[in-house]
Design a protein around this ligand. Structure first.
Ligand SMILES: [Zn+2]
Length: 379
């Protein structure tokens, strides 16, 4: 089973970030669980009490919409959010940093302290004169207005090019002063750089990423002329960690090291300023042998931070979207906290039944430590 699971892990791809999780192609089922034993759906009242008692913080959400029903759901679940913005020039709804910021701030102001801002920079302005200084001015203004973190996205390394036509890497000299500024303000860098390995592999119709890369060829690096390799991009991220030992870096999506937990462990050992979020990569934990998953989480219980990559936009149908959010939180909690078998869009896993002390770290304490100011009253 282990060999199967590991080879499957090379194929699977819950790419996350601007692919709604419920649009993920159904992976090839390798489940050994009886479908009838899978626990799904919303929290029972008893489950909700246990979940809410954790004071859960979702450190990876994208909310751009003010809706009282949505805020009531956050109250009911007792969830706090880090609302992350970014500039995606492929998405007309997300291609303007000012629009993104205003959308997020409108929601945050409506949230009664349940959400805070993770701001971003616009890397498509990198070739304009004065880019670095104006990016720093922008994020410092956002810090003044309550932002607690800055996101860099996978367009660095996979899309943005310099004047010579080379891909700009996350450690480009124009970006390094920005990281120093983030550290100087005691804020946190969220780094979603690179994609799952299958972006750099030949097209494979058996891969669950196949349809994603067919529909989003911009992110399929395999057939690009002279792409930056995934290794180059992650090395550039590591260079940021080395050059800025006082900068807290949270690697989104298991730091894009989802395919090999040994590599992830080595990075956590080597870089004390690195933690990772679990957003849109829970299935990779479910694919590990259960005892290995428990051992990994137990060993790195101070470095793993809960997040989902859930989104809420103007285009969404409110009722269906809220049901999806609630069911996602319930499924993830059951996987961590109970023995129930849960289903991550075709990948099933038996719950890890982690002790309460570890649950509190993953759901709350680590977020407070790595993102000062994320929870009301914490600094
Ligand atoms: Zn995201």
């Amino acid at each position: 089973m282990k060999a199967l699971a590991l080879s499957f892990m090379m194929l699977t791809g819950v790419v996350g970030c601007h692919m709604h999780s419920n649009q993920t192609a159904a992976p090839v089922a390798l489940s050994t669980a009886n479908a009838s034993s899978v626990v799904s759906g919303n929290f029972s009242p008893q489950e909700l009490r246990a979940f809410a008692a954790l004071q859960p913080i979702d450190t990876h959400a994208h909310v751009r919409r003010v809706d009282p029903q949505f805020n009531a759901m956050l109250d009911k679940l007792n969830v706090h959010l880090l609302d992350i913005i970014l500039v995606d020039d492929q998405n007309p709804e997300e291609n303007d940093l000012h629009v993104e910021r205003n959308g997020a701030l409108n929601f945050i102001r409506s949230s009664s302290g349940r959400a805070v801002l993770c701001t971003s920079i616009d890397p498509f302005r990198m070739r304009k004169p004065g880019f670095t200084a104006s990016a720093i001015t922008g994020i410092n203004r956002d810090f003044d207005h309550g932002a607690i973190a800055v996101k860099i996205w996978k367009n660095l390394g996979m899309e943005v090019k310099d004047a010579a036509g080379n891909y700009v890497l996350p450690d480009d000299p124009a970006l390094m002063p920005i990281y120093k500024d983030i550290a100087a303000h005691n804020k946190t860098l969220v780094a979603h750089v690179a994609d799952p390995d299958s972006s750099w592999a030949p097209p494979n119709p058996a891969s669950p990423d196949y349809s994603y890369y067919n529909e989003n060829p911009i992110w399929f690096m395999y057939n690009k002329p002279h792409p930056a390799s995934k290794e180059q991009i992650l090395r550039a991220r590591d260079h940021i960690l080395e050059q800025n030992p006082n900068l807290r870096v949270v690697g989104a999506h298991l730091g894009s090291m989802e395919a090999d937990f040994h590599v992830l462990a080595q990075h956590l050992d080597r870089y004390p300023n690195l933690a990772v979020d679990l957003a849109a990569r829970m299935p990779y934990l479910a694919l590990l042998p259960r005892t290995d998953a428990i051992a990994f989480i137990t060993k790195y219980q101070d470095r793993l931070i809960y997040g989902t990559d859930l989104e809420f936009h103007a285009r969404d149908k409110v009722e269906a979207r809220m049901r999806y959010w609630e069911n996602s939180y319930a499924r993830d909690w059951r996987f961590f906290a109970t023995n129930d078998t849960v289903d991550f869009d075709g990948i099933t896993g038996k719950g890890l039944a982690l002790p309460d002390s570890v649950l509190r770290k993953i759901y709350h304490d680590n977020a407070v430590h790595w993102f000062p100011g994320i929870f009301p009253g914490s600094h």
